[in-house]
Design a protein around this ligand. Structure first.
Ligand SMILES: C[S@@+](CC[C@H](N)C(=O)[O-])C[C@H]1O[C@@H](n2cnc3c(N)ncnc32)[C@H](O)[C@@H]1O
Ligand SMILES: [Zn+2]
Length: 246
């Protein structure tokens, strides 16, 4: 069995046993106890946050087609449905996709597909106006695999006016100036670095952790990615409990 086979097998099993809880691991939702309305409302809030942030950057240029990579049962694909004409959710797990189809019948512009390949070449280049993924890449078994999906995804984004050269491990839109080592150059297969910012004195380090769900940022004096209970910008409870360093 290849690494990808084993990985797929785990997600197939999780999707059969307790899909909602495998996606959002709130203890209250364990053993199938997630309230479905509440569960899907988290996806709507999350996509509202993402779209507000993207709009601030001037993206997406149009709202025709969106991709939700690693869609699970379609929590975020459904959240995209009111913003885009067509929303594609793809996932490696057949059980997750079966559940996504079952739970999202009322959203005819959401389409769900199994993708059992370590790339996204199933989609033509420049097809998507938005590609979004949450709580997926950190589950992938190797860095090489993460990189292969990201490179393919970047090619699948329609960038209307300018050439876009990604410089960070995950960077699908242009961001501010950064003069670090380019991510896609050299033989290195991707070392994930977190930026350490020196503040106050030469000895006091400050870290910034971002919640992957609501994108709120928190300052830390120690390297710690755990997140306490918090609310998103609309005052709704956020389920992000592990952040990433920015
Ligand atoms: C924690 S869940 C998140 C689901 C969804 N993104 C959300 O936030 O509601 C991770 C999902 O990623 C999927 N996944 C894991 N590896 C994948 C891969 N290589 N390709 C596509 N989907 C993958 C899993 O099957 C699972 O449904
Ligand atoms: Zn959050």
């Amino acid at each position: 069995m290849s690494i990808l086979d084993r990985h797929k097998h785990s997600w197939d099993k999780l999707g059969e046993m307790d899909p909602q809880w495998a996606i959002l691991t709130d203890p209250k939702g364990k053993f199938g106890k997630w309230d479905l309305d509440e569960f899907f409302a988290t996806g709507e809030n999350q996509m509202a946050n993402v779209l507000a942030m993207a709009e601030g950057l001037g993206y997406p240029k149009q709202r025709e087609t969106a991709l939700d990579f690693g869609c699970g049962v379609g929590r975020l694909t459904r959240g995209m449905a009111k913003y885009f004409t067509h929303c594609h959710g793809i996932d490696i797990s057949e059980s997750m996709i079966a559940k996504a189809k079952e739970l999202n019948q009322a959203f005819p512009n959401c389409q769900f597909t199994v993708n059992f390949a370590d790339h996204l070449r199933v989609f033509p280049d420049s097809q998507f106006d938005l590609i979004y993924t949450a709580i997926v890449l950190q589950h992938l078994p190797t860095r090489v695999m993460i990189k292969s999906y990201i490179a393919d995804k970047v090619h699948s984004v329609a960038i209307a006016e300018e050439t876009f050269e990604p410089r960070f491990p995950v960077e699908l839109t242009k961001s501010g100036g950064y003069f670090g080592k380019p991510y896609f150059s050299g033989a290195d297969v991707g070392t994930f670095t977190s930026r350490r910012v020196t503040t106050r004195s030469a000895f006091a380090m400050e870290y910034t952790v971002e919640c992957p769900y609501c994108n709120k940022r928190f300052k830390r004096s120690k390297y710690n990615t755990k997140l306490n209970e918090h609310k998103d910008r609309y005052g709704n409870r956020c389920y992000g409990r592990v952040g990433y360093m920015v």
